[in-house]
Design a protein around this ligand. Structure first.
Ligand code: LIP
Length: 277
């Protein structure tokens, strides 16, 4: 697809930055915490307000025509999560809501754009760090307009791996998650990390700060923008069973290369999660 989406991409960057400024400005009163799927799956008025600002700005710019929206908080209110061939915005207004509530400084606005079910571009604004990550299909990945590239490490024993434990606290899920982390740690790898936001974790893969991020339980809005950024930074994406990446499956491995991805996959104890769509 030619440059027809450049203006759309540039506008998305502007919207992401504005959304990030709103998050930074949010006062104590707005961080009134509610919960969604569990007592630890948090949402605040800021999540809802920022999603409305983003979708409102996109609708003002592109009209109510054929653009579709998949937003975390709209989905939480029961809107269907269906990716069609229509131009579709996939939005997490505040990725790292728990971090936001606690003042842990990794909070990202994640905006992706897909056409014909193909991701055209991704924008992630890590607003507490003031880092704007962006990538268009086939045109490279950038952080604050500087090109970024995944790590060239091929030896898992020289890697840092990043993952999250999600919000499901059922004993069977938690034990599978920590059993996986224990197996990876004891390979041994140099380190195991987690920023608390999938979008930021994928940007850390794209900059080469870590070699891989994997998680079972994330949603399409957490990873859609990061998928473009990792790919355009030279990385790979696949399912946790080694199959092809499936945006709606709620499970994913993103890595600097297939060697690292396949080595991680050997250790992942899988558990079922309902798809997004
Ligand atoms: C978060 C994800 C993270 C996951 C958390 C949570 P949110 O997204 O980015 O990877 O482990 O459970 O889902 O809810 O902060 O937008």
């Amino acid at each position: 697809m030619g440059d027809e989406w450049q203006a759309t991409f540039d506008f998305a960057v502007t919207v992401a930055r504005k959304a990030g400024e709103e998050i930074r400005k949010a006062g104590e009163s707005e961080i009134k915490v509610s919960t969604k799927s569990s007592t630890v799956d948090l949402v605040t008025k800021t999540d809802e307000r920022v999603e409305k600002i983003i979708i409102g700005a996109l609708k003002d710019e592109f009209g109510e025509g054929n653009h579709r929206f998949i937003g975390e908080e709209s989905m939480a209110k029961g809107q269907p999560c269906i990716l069609t061939d229509q131009p579709t915005w996939i939005i997490d207004p505040v990725d790292g809501t728990t971090n936001f509530v606690h003042g842990f400084p990794f909070v990202a606005v994640s905006i992706a754009f897909a056409v014909n079910k193909e991701l055209e571009f991704g924008v992630i604004y890590s607003c507490m760090e003031d880092k704007m990550y962006k990538a268009r299909k086939g045109k490279g990945a950038f952080c604050n307009d500087e090109p970024i590239q995944v790590s060239d490490v091929k030896d898992i024993k020289k890697s840092i791996i990043i993952s999250e434990h999600g919000t499901d606290r059922s004993k069977d899920k938690v034990s599978k998650i920590f059993s996986t982390m224990k197996k990876i740690l004891c390979i041994p790898v140099h380190g195991l990390r987690g920023s608390g936001t999938a979008a930021t974790n994928m940007c850390l893969v794209a900059t080469g700060a870590v070699e891989a991020f994997f998680e079972i339980g994330i949603h399409c809005w957490d990873i859609a923008a990061g998928a473009v950024i990792v790919k355009e930074a030279g990385g790979v994406l696949m399912d946790v069973d080694g199959g092809p990446f499936d945006l709606m499956s709620r499970r994913m491995v993103s890595a600097n290369n297939e060697t690292i991805a396949e080595r991680i996959i050997k250790e992942i104890e899988r558990f079922p999660v309902p798809r997004d769509d």
